[in-house]
Design a binder for this molecule. Structure first.
Ligand SMILES: [Zn+2]
Length: 263
């Protein structure tokens, strides 16, 4: 299942060192952001090809206050959910490398800011995945808390309901994700901080590490004595806390350092 990634890179001394750190680690905690899913065809938000860069109205749709207040915002949100790139996306070599790490018995937990469930689709055990921003593959009723598969709601949109209400109470349905202006789930965040403190190696992948409280996992892990490895194509505010910063493409570098394939 681990297809060779087209962008082969050379094993440098730094990559070799990181690979050895992972080999000797017992409790790796991975933290992933949008950068791990761009190879699967899911655009990030604020990059040059980002969703909000190209369509500033999309950012408004993801604000909880406008979503709840304005039926037109909800109708637009349902239309854009219909043809979201995630429905046809497949996990890539980066996701698969983290599955391999779990099978080697080294992955303590995987905290993700992504809502696409590609980690689970790649074969990651759901109980190891901590989704700090929820999942777009489920809907939640804003009134009664009822949850259901997103595809069921999208079926209703295709059948003509522009803003399908909760089938139990008639309340407003939204993807089960954390929108702007919406509070994070305290228990989920607490779990993310706990696993950061328990890590012996924190691997931050494809995240700009600018958004708290999740970015705080890095100093928590570092203070607890974990090695910190950052894999991201842009500098992050946490780079100076890292033992290694890797700028290579995620889909190429993760299989190498996670021991999926030799250089
Ligand atoms: Zn309801």
């Amino acid at each position: 299942m681990f297809a060779t990634h087209p962008n082969l890179i050379v094993m440098s001394p730094l990559l070799q060192t990181v690979q050895q750190w992972i080999d000797s680690a017992a409790k790796v905690v991975a933290l992933t952001g949008a950068g791990i899913s761009t190879d699967s065809g899911i655009p990030d938000f604020r990059g040059p090809k980002g969703v909000w860069t190209r369509n500033p109205a999309a950012e408004k749709q993801s604000t909880i206050h406008t979503y709840l207040a304005d039926p037109d915002v909800r109708k637009a949100a349902w239309r854009s959910r219909l043809d979201h790139s995630a429905w046809s996306a497949k996990p890539n070599g980066g996701h698969e490398a983290l599955v391999a790490l779990e099978r080697r018995g080294k992955l303590h937990a995987l905290v993700t800011q992504n809502i696409d469930e590609l980690h689970q689709q790649a074969g990651q055990s759901p109980e190891r995945v901590i989704e700090v921003h929820g999942t777009m593959r489920r809907v939640m009723c804003w009134s009664c808390g009822w949850r259901a598969p997103m595809q069921d709601a999208l079926e209703r949109v295709r059948a003509g309901e522009e803003d399908p209400p909760c089938t139990h109470c008639g309340g407003i349905l939204k993807s089960d994700t954390i929108s702007f202006g919406q509070a994070l789930v305290p228990q989920v965040i607490a779990r993310a901080m706990d696993v950061a403190a328990e890590a012996d190696l924190l691997l931050a992948i494809g995240t700009t590490l600018q958004v708290y409280p999740v970015a705080g996992m890095v100093p928590i892990a570092a203070r607890a004595g974990a090695r910190v490895v950052i894999v991201n194509d842009q500098p992050t505010p946490m780079d100076e806390l890292a033992d290694a910063v890797l700028r290579e493409p995620i889909g190429s570098v993760l299989p190498l350092i996670c021991g999926v394939r030799a250089a």
